[in-house]
Each structure stands twice: as structure tokens, then as C-alpha cells.
Design a protein around this ligand. Structure first.
Ligand code: SF4
Ligand code: SF4
Length: 165
């Protein structure tokens, strides 16, 4: 049995590399001359982030500068990443407060459950993301550091405004 070879004729404009190359160059030159700037010159320029952005935590304080946390234990209980360390204390008047309160921002998955569950609206995820460190230990924020944060806090999801508009 003989094997036949079928020669498929294709027009030169479909097979020419010159044509494809020129087409690619046309796109390159078009973008070179395009004055619309699409690159953000970070960190000199920063894009605005959503009001619901969940980033670096903040511990809010009372008027006399104490942490609003009452050491109830809800946030470490609900935290799916198990990254909140709380040791509660109690003063002579029976007021509870955190002896130790730490959040490992490296382990945190920024779900926002701690903010949602806090009865005192003390702990918040924040609209902040610039928290790089040189060591893992540097990501463990103690109470003092959490209280020293000043960035805006995140807004919780609102069923009446699902897209946050
Ligand atoms: S945001 Fe979520 S993972 Fe992070 S500390 Fe709060 S509860 Fe834990
Ligand atoms: S839920 Fe709020 S009050 Fe309770 S331990 Fe956490 S931060 Fe403190």
C-alpha cells in the first residue's frame, strides 16, 4: 500500500513570519507611545484601598489610654489560625484586662472574626498592609504595639450594602 502525501497550500499572508513580527511591533510601539500611565510608582504613590480591607490589627483604647479589651477570651477562641495569645487579669475592683495580648500577624489569615466577635469593639483588623519585617518574631504584635497603631480600622461586611458602595 502506498502512502500518499497531501500538500496543503496556504496563502503567504497566513504563513509569513514577517507579517506576525510587524503586527507585534505595531502593538509594542502603540504601547510605547500611549501616554496613559498604568504603573503606580509605589511607594511614592499609593492606590486607595477598600474600606473593608482587612490588614494589620489595632487595639482601640479608652479615653484614659487603656486597652478596651476586657480579656473575655472570645477572639482567641474564634480565631481559626490560633494566632492570638491572651492571658487575662483582674484588678482589685474586679475589672478584667489583658495581662498579655499578642497577635502573630504572620500566621493571621485576616478573616476579621476577632473584630466581629469582640463585645467591646476593642480589637480591629485595619486598613493597612505595610508591615514587612526581617524576622518572623517581628510579626508578633504585643499589646503596646497594637495600641500604638493609628491607621483606620476596617469596616465590617454589611448585608444591606454587600458590595461596600
Ligand atoms: S483576623 Fe482572623 S486569623 Fe487574624 S487574628 Fe483575627 S480571627 Fe485570627
Ligand atoms: S474579644 Fe475583645 S474583649 Fe474579648 S479578649 Fe478579644 S479583644 Fe479582648
Amino acid at each position: 500500500m502506498s502512502i500518499g502525501v497531501k500538500v496543503v497550500e496556504r496563502p503567504i499572508e497566513q504563513t509569513s513570519y514577517v507579517r506576525a513580527t510587524l503586527s507585534g511591533l505595531k502593538h509594542t510601539i502603540k504601547h510605547l507611545l500611549d501616554r496613559e500611565q498604568v504603573t503606580t510608582q509605589y511607594p511614592d504613590e499609593k492606590e486607595s484601598i477598600s474600606r473593608r480591607w482587612r490588614g494589620t490589627h489595632r487595639m482601640l483604647t479608652t479615653e484614659d489610654g487603656k486597652a478596651k479589651c476586657v480579656g473575655c477570651g472570645l477572639c482567641p477562641t474564634v480565631c481559626p489560625a490560633n494566632c492570638i495569645k491572651l492571658v487575662p487579669g483582674e484588678d482589685e475592683q474586679g475589672n478584667r484586662y489583658p495581662l498579655v495580648f499578642e497577635i502573630d500577624e504572620f500566621r493571621c489569615i485576616f478573616c476579621g472574626y476577632c473584630q466581629e466577635v469582640c463585645p467591646e469593639e476593642a480589637i480591629h483588623v485595619g486598613r493597612h498592609y505595610e508591615n514587612s519585617e526581617y524576622s518572623r518574631e517581628g510579626f508578633v504584635y504585643d499589646l503596646e504595639r497594637l495600641m500604638a497603631q493609628t491607621h483606620p480600622v476596617s469596616e465590617l461586611w454589611d448585608p444591606a450594602d454587600p458590595k461596600g458602595e
